[in-house]
Each structure stands twice: as C-alpha cells, then as structure tokens.
Design a protein around this ligand. Structure first.
Ligand SMILES: Nc1ncnc2c1ncn2[C@@H]1O[C@H](COP(=O)(O)OP(=O)(O)OP(=O)(O)O)[C@@H](O)[C@H]1O
Ligand SMILES: Nc1ncnc2c1ncn2[C@@H]1O[C@H](COP(=O)(O)OP(=O)(O)OP(=O)(O)O)[C@@H](O)[C@H]1O
Length: 531
C-alpha cells in the first residue's frame, strides 16, 4: 500500500508508447501512453472490453510486440533498463503474469510437474521443491491436487493452479489479468486477501486488470483508465476518480464499483416475463462418474419454458459437468435427461442442435472457423440460409455484440471479452427451446454485460428457457430460480430470495449475497464482504 511522504520508486516506466497489431497507422490500439508503475503500489487498469488492457500487459513484460505481428513505438523501462536489453525469458521471471485464459499458461501435464518446472527454472534447491509446492497449493486452496492432470481440472481449479505457478516465481512485479473470473465467490475473496498479504510482505508492484473491481478497492492505490480510442484517460487515486470523474467512466461503459454507482440492480432493470407451466428440459436421477470419482449424484430438476435458472456452487462442484449432461455432450452413468418429454439420445442430432444451444465455459472450445463472420454464420449455413440473409443476421449480431470491426478477425485473436461475446452470439441466431450457458458474462464491461443480459432476456420473453452457470451473485439475484450444487448433489432448488436467507448453506457452498444486500450505497460502506 501507499506510504505517505515516500517518493514512489518506479519499477516500470512507459514513455510515449504506442502499439498496433498491424502497421501503426492513424489509429493504433493504444496511443502515446506515458505512466509509471511503482514499487509497493497496487494499480488497477480499467477500460472497456477490447480497449487493449491485456495487450498492454503483454507489452509490459516484453512478450509483445515480438510474439505477434505487431508494431510498437516509444519506450518501456524496467528498473531504468530498456526492456529490449533483457535476454529472452529474463523479464518473465521478474514480471509474473496470470493470463486471462489460464489454459494458455500451462506446459506440463500434472499439477506437480507444472509447479516443479517453475521452481526448477528458478534453480530452486531440489530438496525443497516438494515442500514449496505443498505450501503454495495450500495458499490457493488446492491442497492434495499434486497428482491431478491439469486438463482434467474444472475452470476455477485451473485458474488457481495458474495463480500458484506465478506466485512461485516470486516476481518483483505481478500482473493479474482478470484473475478471479472463474473463481467461486469465496475463493475470489480468499485470493484477493492472499494477494494483499504477499504484496504487503514483499512490497511488490501489482497491476490488476479487472472489470468488477469492488472487492479489490481496499488494496488499490492508483487507477489507470485506457479509453476506447487508445489514450490514457485518467491516472488518479480511486477516491478522486470514482467521485470526481464518474461520468468519464460511465461514458466508457466500465463498471463503477457498487458503492459508488447509482446504477439500478440488474433484477430491477431486466424485463419481467413469467415462465410457462410447461417443462422443456427435465433431469431425472442423474449421476455421473469420471474414473473413480463420483462427480454428480442423484440430481433431478425441471426447467420450464421461458424460465431463467442459475446454477451455482463452489469450484469443482460439478456445474459444468451438469450443463454438459443437459446438452447431451456427456452421457449419464445413471438417470435421464428429457427434452420436451423425450430422451436426449432419441432426438435427431440436427433437430436437437436447433432446439438446444450450448455455450462452453472456455469460448475457444467452441470456435471452429477462421473468421468472426464464418463463426456467426456456421449454424445458419447448415440450416440452408441464403448468403444475403446470413449477412443481415450476422451483421445484426455483430452490431449488438460490438464485433463489427472484428468481422474478418480470427476468433482466437479476439480480446477475452470479445471471444466470450462471440461464443454467446453464435447460439443466438435462432429462438431455440433452451439455451445453456457456462459463465456467459465473465470478462465483460458494464455496458456489454447489460446488453448481453437484455438480449438473452428477450429470448426468454419469447419462451426460450435460459440456464446460466455463474459465479455472479447479482445475476443469480435476477434469476427466476437458483440451483445450488454441492459436491455433486443438489443442495437447494428454489427462488434466489429464499436462498439469501440460508446463511449456513451460503457459507458451505462458498457463495455470497448479492451486492444490494451487502452495501449501503448512500454511505458508500461495504458492511461485510460475505454477508
Ligand atoms: N493477436 C491479436 N491479433 C490481432 N488483434 C488482436 C490480437 N489480440 C487482440 N487483438 C485485438 O486488440 C484489441 C484489444 O484486445 P485486448 O485483449 O488487449 O483487450 P482488453 O482490453 O484486454 O479486452 P477484454 O476486457 O475484453 O479482455 C481487440 O480489438 C482485439 O480484437
Ligand atoms: N475431463 C475431466 N476428467 C476428469 N475429471 C474432471 C474433468 N473435468 C472435470 N473434472 C472434475 O470433475 C469435478 C467437477 O468439475 P466441473 O467442471 O463440473 O466443476 P464446476 O462446478 O463447473 O467448477 P468451476 O466453477 O471451477 O468451473 C471436478 O472435481 C473436476 O476436477
């Protein structure tokens, strides 16, 4: 944290720095940025989705522009030395990044090997490696996962391992790019506390990229805001920025921390449409095992037409597995999934895909073509749309989801938020009976979250059942019904209002209350982080 009367010592200095993925022309991604990141200081980097936050992080640790076809002008210094003077890989040890997509970070198969690899690179004494791994896994809440294969972990578990690997580097500077996006609410708070402890202990410089910064506020000394036009719009203390420059942030469409925001709660702005009585999808006595692990046990639920259901629970509880069973992507060990009263396996595959849409937790798992346009029209093409119709429908989706400029971009080259929006948009070309989304809103700014929610709710009002797996309690608060999974069992299935009364269950399932119940906005006070 900031120490009064001490001249800040820069760790990184950025001078007149511009970067573009192509030739720098009139509109580079970011434009003549100048700022410093100081020792013992925590800085929050804000900006709309696609503004260039992740790209900037990769420039700061020297990976870009060399690793992409990009061009940069201007200078970046690390402790006064130009970053071009560092050997390849040297800077990575000093500036640790937790990437937005943890999967892109791993090089080994098991958790143990991945973490040992980091320590071996640091020339850590072999006799101490085992003990150090145990310690770091405990710190991130993944004790006992040493022998697990990384690709077999849940999304949140992967994110925790990515964090552990970077903590082992003991870097001088830590860059965290949406590090809690896949964590359950309590894990997210625990992680923030962990960063605070380490930061205070080591006096590290930390740069946080986060759309919803509420829980980080206490740690943050400074805020930088990158505008959509690539300029540095603000470099200020959080207090001043969030009071005096609120309008600027609102114009950029970023989330204001709830204690400073006048925005209405999501549940009060979404259109209300009562669900029908008719069941669309029912899950009956569902069980699922992987090798010896029983992931789901005796789960039964009924989803009605036009109903909005949120599935919540701690990391690894079985939410994604349940959703994949509902979509027919996995086969249950026991029990059935029925769509409109008929077992999933009895449906013709094409008919099933028209009636039921599914969005993966990791958007990249969904992409099958080379351009945004092809991705959006893939389903339409199969359904025999004419080119003109496809252009019109895809154009409309691109406008709605702010992807017009990315018409010909490769889906894998999009920003995290853009990838997420594209993966959601690809299932919205029809009005299906049911849409199953695995964390559809993570990585979005305030404006795109609101738009995405309205778009989805419009389909709900036309009768489509909507199922979200989500860690966002404000979204859960807006659902018709919430199902809580705990160690593979359904621990609660009812209204959000009633769930908020169940203190013990909330604690056991590592959930939190929605923001409206945690804060007094007029006073700007957060009463209690969890309750
Ligand atoms: N490898 C790449 N090649 C070409 N364009 C890219 C590449 N990576 C990112 N971009 C583009 O650069 C812009 C900025 O992306 P970046 O990931 O830096 O944004 P961001 O501010 O981190 O967004 P988000 O909040 O959605 O994660 C986007 O328009 C994106 O499409
Ligand atoms: N491909 C796989 N092979 C083996 N085990 C797996 C695989 N995928 C997930 N698991 C395990 O199954 C359990 C449930 O995983 P799942 O992804 O359904 O959890 P989740 O509730 O969606 O978690 P998160 O909130 O972290 O995304 C976890 O213990 C996980 O480690």
């Amino acid at each position: 944290m900031e120490q009064l009367n001490v001249q800040p010592k820069p760790v990184i200095e950025v001078r007149d720095y511009s970067f573009s993925y192509e030739e720098i022309d009139e509109q580079p991604l970011f434009n003549r940025l100048s700022f410093a990141l100081n020792e013992n200081e925590v800085t929050l980097l804000m900006g709309a989705s696609g503004a260039g936050k992740s790209s900037l992080a990769l420039c700061l640790n020297g990976l870009y522009p060399d690793a992409v076809e990009g061009t940069a002008t201007g200078d970046i210094y690390f402790h006064g030395r130009h970053i071009s003077e560092f050997e390849k890989g040297e800077l990575n040890q000093e500036i640790g990044i937790v990437f937005q997509d943890p999967e892109s970070q791993f090089c080994m198969i098991t958790v143990d090997d991945e973490l040992a690899f980091t320590l071996e690179n640091r020339k850590f004494p072999a006799s101490e490696i085992k003990g150090r791994i145990k310690e770091v896994l405990k710190a991130v809440g993944m004790e006992g996962f040493e022998q697990n294969k990384i690709h077999e972990l849940s999304g949140g578990q992967k994110q925790k391992i990515a964090l552990a690997a970077v903590l082992l580097l003991e870097p001088e500077m830590l860059i965290l790019d949406e590090p809690t996006a896949n964590l359950d609410p309590v894990s997210s708070l625990e992680f923030i506390e962990l960063v605070q402890e380490i930061q205070e202990e080591r006096g590290m410089s930390v740069l946080i990229i986060e759309h919803q910064a509420d829980d980080w506020l206490e740690l943050i000394d400074r805020v930088l805001v990158i505008g959509r036009d690539g300029q540095l719009l603000a470099d200020d203390t959080p207090e001043r920025l969030l009071t005096e420059q609120k309008q600027l942030l609102e114009q950029e469409g970023v989330f204001l921390p709830r204690a400073y925001s006048d925005a209405k709660d999501l549940r009060d702005v979404l259109p209300i449409a009562a669900p029908s009585e008719e069941s669309v999808l029912s899950v009956d006595g569902l069980a699922f095992s992987r090798k010896k692990q029983q992931v789901l046990e005796d789960v039964s639920m009924d989803i009605r037409g036009g109903e909005f259901v949120a599935i919540v629970g701690e990391n690894g509880a079985g939410k994604s597995t349940l959703l994949q069973l509902m979509a027919g992507l996995l086969t249950p060990s026991k029990g059935n999934v029925l769509l409109s009263g008929r077992k999933l396996e009895k449906w013709d595959e094409n008919e099933l895909r028209k009636r039921l849409g599914f969005v993966f937790q990791n958007p990249e798992h969904q992409f099958i073509t080379d351009t945004v346009y092809e991705e959006l029209t893939f389903g339409m093409r199969l359904n025999g749309y004419a080119e003109e119709e496809m252009e019109q429908a895809a154009g409309e989706l691109m406008r709605q989801f702010h992807l017009e400029k990315q018409h010909d971009s490769n889906p894998f080259s999009l920003s995290g938020g853009q990838k997420r929006r594209l993966s959601v948009a690809t299932v919205l070309d029809e009005t299906p009976d049911i849409l199953l989304f695995d964390e559809p809103t993570f990585g979005q700014d305030a404006a795109t979250t609101a738009e995405l929610m309205h778009y989805v709710m419009e389909l709900k009002s036309k009768g489509t059942a909507i199922v979200f797996v989500t860690h966002d309690m404000d979204i859960v608060d807006a659902a018709d019904r919430v199902s809580v999974l705990q160690h593979g069992k359904l621990a609660y299935d009812g209204s959000p209002e009633k769930l908020w009364e169940k203190e013990e269950l909330l604690q056991e399932a590592r959930l939190r209350l929605p923001a409206r119940m945690r804060l007094d906005r007029k006073e700007g006070v957060v009463y209690d982080l969890i309750h």
